[in-house]
Design a protein around this ligand. Structure first.
Ligand code: GDP
Length: 430
């Protein structure tokens, strides 16, 4: 089986980083295919605790080739900082390859992200202000800059000037700001020239590299950022991200044949968490114990790995997760953070939504989702610390019943159960 995708079935932060880090041990390649440095994967291993934002999660395995594919929003400064940060903490120099076709997040993108959130005020979409939406907008407007352009100063200057001609009109007319002049452009070009030299040793034709790997039947992991419900086509638009978070997009964003993706591991949390704006049906009110679940969640509470923002928390949403698994094309599910629920007497599970008085198991469009109310059933809690369990049989019966009930509701096989943030805290059911 040459390509396995590790992707989110929910809103992101499902624990994909941990799953990728574990599965990377048997892989030859780990590939990022979309998104940028606007979210993060948390990984805990022998070197310490890390929040990776842009680098693929295979960087801790010396034998793995880590690839940044053409679909990624590459912030070259963040790339260099993240790499330096790993080396400074004693991680051996990872093998990294960056697609010559990946596009660069420019200073103008970050600036426009901030201006747009400021303009939208209350109607904003909860951007992390890393420039990702303006980056993808420019990419599809054909105003972007490819990695290869960094090594051609004339072409780069021309691309930047074409881009800024349109941006300056917006700056002046829409945002009421000063235009960006030639002196600023020249500073930006200087910074990009320095970053180009940092990137140079890693840049290659990653599509050729990965096609060759597929031909040789080498094991490739593609890792998605965020989750199915943030997908621009299938998620909670407009509270979505700007690139596809689906396993299907990996064929495009990584540059591999679509038929090579044999395994899709959809990662779901044993409860829900959601950072950023948008409808979140099973959200627990602060007065109903959200604080307690948030404090116990993840490895150090539910706070965004990149932004530090507190995540909203909720009960397991079987409607959203079943839909997330369907659009991901999940062949198996990894259920993470099961250990976190060990303090509860009873655990609610959302089995349906009630919209305008009607119960439905179907995940609706955003306009209806905003009116949806959760329909819950309740399972007994196991009231035990399960973080030391290493086989399915070692889990208390009530924990197994919870897992099996979720499996029935989401109609996808739960193969992996994660009972803690560390690599070894993982149960494989087969
Ligand atoms: P990702 O973006 O999907 O990689 O998820 P994040 O890393 O942002 O969030 C997952 C959080 O859960 C991190 O703090 C992980 O260390 C933590 N984590 C992952 N799996 C488990 C688990 O099974 N139990 C607990 N308690 N924490 C986990």
């Amino acid at each position: 089986m040459s390509v396995t995708a590790v992707v989110g079935a929910n809103w992101g932060d499902e624990g994909k980083g941990k799953m990728t880090d574990v599965l990377a041990a048997q892989s030859k390649y780990v590939v990022r295919y979309q998104g940028g440095s606007n979210a993060g994967h948390t990984i805990i291993n022998q070197f310490g605790k890390f929040a990776l934002h842009l680098l693929p999660s295979g960087v801790f395995h010396p034998g793995v080739v880590n690839v940044i594919g053409p679909g990624v929003a590459l912030n070259a400064g963040d790339f260099a900082r993240e790499l330096d940060g790993l080396l400074a903490r004693g991680v051996p120099e990872p093998v990294l390859r960056v697609s010559e076709r990946a596009q660069i997040v420019l200073p103008i993108h970050k600036l426009f992200d901030e201006l747009e959130e400021e303009r939208l005020q209350e109607r904003k979409f909860g951007s992390t202000k890393a420039g990702i939406a303006p980056f993808y907008a420019d990419k599809y407007l054909k105003l972007g800059v490819q990695v290869a352009d960094l090594f051609d100063p004339e072409r780069l200057k021309e691309r930047m000037e074409t881009n800024l001609a349109a941006k300056n009109v917006l700056l002046r007319e829409l945002y009421g700001k000063a235009e960006i002049g030639a002196d600023v452009v020249s500073d930006w070009l200087g910074e990009l020239a320095a970053l180009a030299e940092r990137l140079r040793p890693f840049v290659c034709d990653t599509t050729e590299l990965l096609h060759e790997a597929v031909r040789k039947d080498e094991l490739i992991l593609v890792e998605g950022q965020l989750g199915a419900l943030r997908d621009p086509d299938h998620g909670i638009y407009p509270f979505s991200t700007s690139s596809s978070t689906l396993a299907g997009f990996a064929a495009v964003g990584a540059g591999i044949p679509p038929y090579a993706i044999k395994n899709v591991v959809a990662v779901a949390k044993a409860y829900s968490s959601c950072v950023g704006a948008g409808p979140f049906v099973t959200e627990i009110a602060e007065t109903d114990g959200a604080n307690e679940l948030r404090r116990r969640g993840g490895d150090a509470g539910e706070y965004g790995a990149t932004t530090g923002r507190p995540r909203s928390v909720g009960w397991f949403d079987a409607v959203a997760t079943k839909y997330g698994c369907v659009v991901q094309g999940a062949t198996e599910v990894a259920l993470t953070n099961l250990d976190v629920l060990g303090y509860l007497e009873e655990i609610p599970i959302c089995t349906a939504y009630r919209i305008d008085g009607e119960a439905t198991g179907k995940f609706p469009v955003t306009a209806s989702l905003e009116r949806a109310e959760p329909v819950y059933e309740t399972m007994p809690g196991w009231k035990t610390d399960i973080s030391g369990a290493r086989s399915y049989g070692e889990l208390p019966e009530k924990a197994r019943s919870y897992v099996e009930r979720l499996e029935m509701l989401i109609e996808a096989p739960i193969r992996w159960i994660s009972v803690g943030p560390r690599r070894e805290q993982l149960i494989a059911r087969w």
